[in-house]
Design a protein around this ligand. Structure first.
Ligand code: NAD
Length: 258
């Protein structure tokens, strides 16, 4: 049914670290729907994980090194993308980082450096990538980022990352306003907890999985494919009327009280 949903569309996927990455799940769904994809990777170690994954996708998928703290490097990625793709229809931003020290103990003790680093990588990078993507999205487009409930509520162990996600979600709304003029939509998926590389940095992560499975209306944790399919939905014309939205894909956990 969705096999041609993204036929002829070109997307850039940022944030695949390995086969368990949420970005990879979204990429698979978009590729199955016919999209042509380019990817970024952070560092040579991750390149070695991403290359074997993307070689099984149909066609040639360009792969670029990207560290979002290097603004000139980011510009370089988009000028290369312009040469390779000419234009862009969607961008998947699935990037976050905080120092382990700042994900333990009390938020009160967050260091200045740790705070700024988490904001730069996990929040500001969306604005940076959106700005660079905008000239390539002359026919409109869709930008999708990944958030978590810890941006709305104080989740034990999420600390500085929760504050970064709050800024990320606010950025989604402001970018939606600015980019709506050129028919570019900007949305976030607030995913339930999923066992990935980034999640392993969060103190007590397995306890979070247990609590959600027990209390979520659907009585289970979300499957990564469900987040991937939502990424496809938001990247595709099926969501053409949706922008500035934070869509919870968490088996309903966000809606419960006590
Ligand atoms: P992941 O570790 O697979 O992905 C995180 C990605 O961020 C990696 O590819 C990493 O290379 C990239 N990254 C970190 N610093 C970077 C930098 N300076 N420059 C470029 N890339 C950088 O983990 P994931 O869980 O798939 O995380 C993807 C997104 O989903 C993150 O924004 C995360 O906060 C969000 N999220 C995850 C969960 C979960 O439970 N796993 C839940 C909700 C939201």
């Amino acid at each position: 049914m969705v096999s041609n949903l993204l036929q002829g569309k070109k997307g850039l996927v940022c944030g695949v670290a390995n086969k368990r990455s949420i970005a990879w799940s979204i990429a698979q769904a978009c590729s199955d729907a016919g999209a042509e994809l380019a990817f970024t990777y952070q560092g040579d170690k991750i390149k070695g994980k991403v290359e074997p994954l993307i070689k099984d996708l149909p066609g040639e998928s360009p792969l670029y090194p990207l560290d979002v703290t290097d603004e000139d490097g980011v510009k370089g990625v988009f000028s290369q993308l312009k040469e390779d793709f000419g234009s862009l229809d969607f961008l998947i931003h699935s990037i976050a980082f905080a120092k382990r020290d700042d994900l333990e103990g009390e938020y009160l003790n967050t260091s200045r450096d740790g705070y700024l680093l988490a904001q730069e990588i996990s929040s500001y990078s969306l604005t940076l990538l959106a700005r660079e993507a905008a000239p390539l999205m002359q026919n409109g487009g869709s930008i999708v980022t990944l958030s978590y409930l810890g941006g709305e509520r104080a989740v034990t162990g999420y600390n500085v990352m929760g504050v970064a996600k709050a800024a990320l979600e606010a950025s989604v709304r402001y970018l939606a306003v600015d980019m709506g003029k050129q028919s570019v939509r900007v949305n976030a998926i607030s995913a339930g907890p999923i066992n990935t590389l980034a999640a392993r940095g969060i103190g007590g992560f397995s306890k979070i999985l247990d609590v959600v499975a027990e209390k979520a209306p659907m009585g289970r944790n979300v499957e990564i494919e469900e987040v991937g399919n939502t990424g496809l939905f938001l990247a595709s014309p099926l969501s053409s009327g949706i922008t500035g939205e934070v869509l919870h894909v968490d088996c309903g956990y966000h809606c419960i009280g006590l």
